[in-house]
Design a protein around this ligand. Structure first.
Ligand code: SAM
Length: 237
């Protein structure tokens, strides 16, 4: 596996076990103690999850399909995937995130159990660079934003090596408008902006995929006022 430089990764782990966990648990939750910006981000992220589920189910039923959700956060994708019948392995660098995801899955997958019970996702604390095994599908949503392109290249290559049929990634696109917005944000950093956000040019992500023999088959773009994500589905070339 490629080693992602200790610096970024340790800062990210620490953030998502502490203040980042508190902040993102709220954004990814359902409670109304969020501000206007957080609510907007919640909406954008919900669309990313919905579009991902659509990309996945468009190719047929997920029943029995093995899916690796790398950087699973609070389980926003892993839980609906399990409801669709997928065999989910969900992991995150943050133990706090994994504990929250497991708790939510236990609540939601048990309560949902009208007919056949869904298979509970297998949750694990692990950074995506250390994951191994083979999965039909690997998904990694909104994680690359925490790493510069130089690190993202290796992460993309490693994720592709785990995937047999497809890889779905989302990242904050480096477009002129968003670049500008981000620069303005850096001039006025809010108290909760504890980590830096890295934008990725679509061409750079595409090049990283091509280098390991993958090509992009579908693309989506999710934008709200404060949330921007490029969603790509890649398959072996
Ligand atoms: N993928 C989830 C979603 O879309 O709901 C969570 C997105 S959240 C913005 C980023 C997540 O990536 C955090 O839960 C964080 O702990 C995790 N993360 C960051 N770096 C990681 C790494 N190197 N390996 C695994 N997880 C990582």
């Amino acid at each position: 596996a490629e080693e992602v430089g200790g610096g970024d990764k340790e800062v990210v782990r620490e953030y998502f076990n502490n203040s980042g966990f508190q902040r993102w648990k709220k954004i990814y939750g359902e409670t109304d103690d969020v501000n206007r910006v957080q609510l907007d981000i919640r909406l954008g992220h919900t669309k990313t999850v919905e579009n991902t589920l659509k990309m996945l189910t468009d190719e047929g039923s997920l029943k029995g399909v093995t899916v690796c959700d790398a950087g699973c956060g609070t389980g926003s994708l892993a839980i609906p995937l399990a409801k669709e019948g997928a065999i989910v392995s969900a992991s995150d660098i943050s133990a706090a995130m994994v504990a929250e995801a497991r708790k939510k899955a236990e609540e939601q997958l048990a309560a949902d159990n009208g007919g056949e019970a869904p298979v509970m996702p297998k949750f694990e604390v692990n950074d995506l660079e250390s994951l191994n095994g083979k999965y039909d599908t690997v998904v990694c949503l909104d994680v690359l934003i925490h790493y510069p392109q130089s690190k993202a290249d290796g992460m993309i290559a490693h994720l592709a090596s785990l995937a047999e049929k497809r890889l779905i990634l989302s990242f904050a696109p480096k477009t002129f408008y968003y670049d500008l917005l981000k620069r303005v944000g850096e001039l006025f950093p809010g108290p909760s902006k504890a980590t830096r956000a890295y934008l990725h040019a679509e061409a750079d992500v595409e090049r990283a995929l091509q280098k390991v023999g993958w090509k992009i088959r579908k693309r989506g773009l999710i934008t709200t006022q404060f949330y921007f994500a490029r969603l790509v589905e890649a398959v072996p070339a």
